[in-house]
Design a protein around this ligand. Structure first.
Ligand SMILES: [Zn+2]
Length: 484
């Protein structure tokens, strides 16, 4: 029976359940000496209870009602109380120590004369008669060397802003770049992969591991650009990049992005399209709510304007980004899958928005994904966040291109080449426009009598190409069923 559960257990199970039991009158009102540690609780009704001598260690309470509650000799240490209602409460002999009070109301509370406030940070607190916490003792005038150990620790903690052992607040409203920035600062090092997400303006790694692959060259070029210098164009690397595009190799995404950094036009587009789509598809197929999507792949698709299916990809990446952003904000604030993180989510509008975007109302899927995510090493987690955020930006640009920008041209790159490069696409149009647009070319290339509409070509797409070197023109036909 839930009646036998202590208040500590009940509150851990969430405020909804607690408030329901209270309404039903099935929990006792006397909880003298109850002890709470690291409790996060929001919207909880603790009014009128007897919580004499209760202890609240590093608790995070939001919109909790202590109205007319007996908190005499209670001890609050660490944590933060936000929008809590202490009206009419008995605080005789109670102590608030090293915590933050934000928008709490103490109007009409009793025993305030003997309420002890020690190192309390107060912001818009009502009803304490404007009493501020006594200022901390001034630091000794001597140099650091004459400090005792305790004095030094106290000074360092004061300089750091607050009591150092407290986790930062829950901030799911912060954009991915901000979360990443704070996390890298905590991590104390900047891994080279941050250069794969330059759009987030990450802190830069001081030194990159040497490497001759296109990926290393790309990172080096990105670093140079972000540092404000011009990337050095390496003719050999440009040649290798163009070859990777022509072959549609695994290095194609790095090749496209490298050429972009050094300002060289990619000479091949269609031959790389299949490889890029395949790489993107493989990542989107992974059944993992926080699975990364490589921003070099998404970025290459944007650079080559391969807009086909961009909207679907964007939807999935946004979903994953929302989940990853939420999980990272939770972990930053000290919420793990083992404690009452649901409570934190419920108390925050931005968190609920992210939940809706990530899983709709499938909370079980959310919990499972959070467990998986929290089990990853921190650097791997941050990489997912950065990659998803950067990929989302590329795919958003791609999805904004007008419909029909890129028909499903997926085959036949070999028919498009002339002078060691792909011919430029001049125009694409349906059969009915052939006589008007390319009457002569249709005759010479495809044997269609000038001025006539090609037969049995409904739904086909005619693509008009020209070699940028010799000026030769070409007309290709693509039938819808040949694409995929
Ligand atoms: Zn040519």
């Amino acid at each position: 029976m839930p009646k036998t559960l202590k208040i500590e257990e009940l509150l851990k199970n969430g405020s909804t359940e607690w408030n329901r039991l209270r309404k039903a009158g099935t929990v006792s009102t006397d909880h003298t000496g109850a002890t709470f540690e690291n409790l996060f609780s929001a919207n909880t009704d603790l009014s009128g209870l007897v919580l004499v001598g209760s202890e609240w260690d590093r608790c995070d309470l939001s919109k909790v009602t202590f109205r007319d509650t007996d908190l005499s000799n209670a001890y609050f240490h660490g944590g933060r109380l936000q929008d809590c209602d202490f009206r009419g409460a008995n605080l005789d002999g109670a102590t608030f120590e090293r915590l933050k009070l934000l928008r709490c109301d103490f109007s009409g509370a009793q025993g305030l004369d003997s309420l002890e406030l020690d190192d309390v940070d107060m912001d818009r607190v009502h009803g304490l008669d404007g009493e501020e916490a006594p200022p901390p003792p001034p630091p000794p005038v001597h140099g650091t060397t004459s400090f005792t150990r305790e004095q030094r620790q106290a000074t360092v903690a004061a300089l750091a802003g607050s009591s150092g052992d407290e986790p930062p607040p829950f901030q799911p409203q912060d954009p991915p770049g901000t979360l990443l920035f704070r996390a890298l600062r905590r991590l104390g090092s900047t891994p080279p992969w941050v250069l794969d997400a330059p759009g987030l303006r990450p802190p830069l790694p001081t030194r990159l591991p040497p490497g001759a692959g296109l990926e290393s060259l790309l990172r080096e070029a990105v670093k140079q650009r972000l540092e404000g210098s011009r990337p050095v164009t390496d003719p050999d690397a440009v040649k290798r990049a163009q070859t990777a595009l022509r072959l549609g190799s695994k290095e194609a995404p790095f090749a496209v992005m490298y050429l972009r950094e050094v300002g060289v036009e990619p000479a091949f587009r269609f031959s790389a399209a299949n490889a890029l789509r395949e790489l993107l598809r493989a990542e989107l197929e992974v059944d993992d709510l926080t699975g990364a999507v490589d921003p070099r792949v998404a970025g290459a698709m944007w650079e080559l304007r391969l807009a086909h299916n961009a909207e679907e990809a964007l939807g999935e990446v946004r979903r994953r980004l929302a989940a990853t952003q939420l999980f990272e904000a939770l972990l930053e604030a000290g919420f793990t899958p083992e404690n009452n993180w649901d409570e934190a989510v419920e108390s925050h509008e931005a968190a609920l928005d992210l939940v809706a975007m990530a899983v709709g109302d499938d909370r079980q899927a959310l919990g499972e994904a959070f467990s998986t995510y929290a089990g990853l090493p921190e650097e791997a987690r941050l990489r997912r966040l950065a990659y998803l955020a950067e990929s989302a930006t590329h795919l958003e640009q791609l999805a904004r291109l007008p419909a029909g920008t890129e028909p499903a041209w997926l085959h036949g790159p070999e028919f498009r080449e002339c002078h060691d490069r792909e011919m430029l696409t001049l125009q694409a149009f349906p059969a009915t426009e052939v006589p008007k647009r390319v009457p002569e070319l249709a005759q010479t290339e495809l044997g269609i009598p000038a001025g006539t509409v090609p037969e049995d070509s409904e739904g086909d797409l005619f693509i008009h190409l020209r070699c940028a070197v010799c000026g030769k023109e070409k007309l290709l036909v693509q039938s819808p069923e040949e694409g995929s």
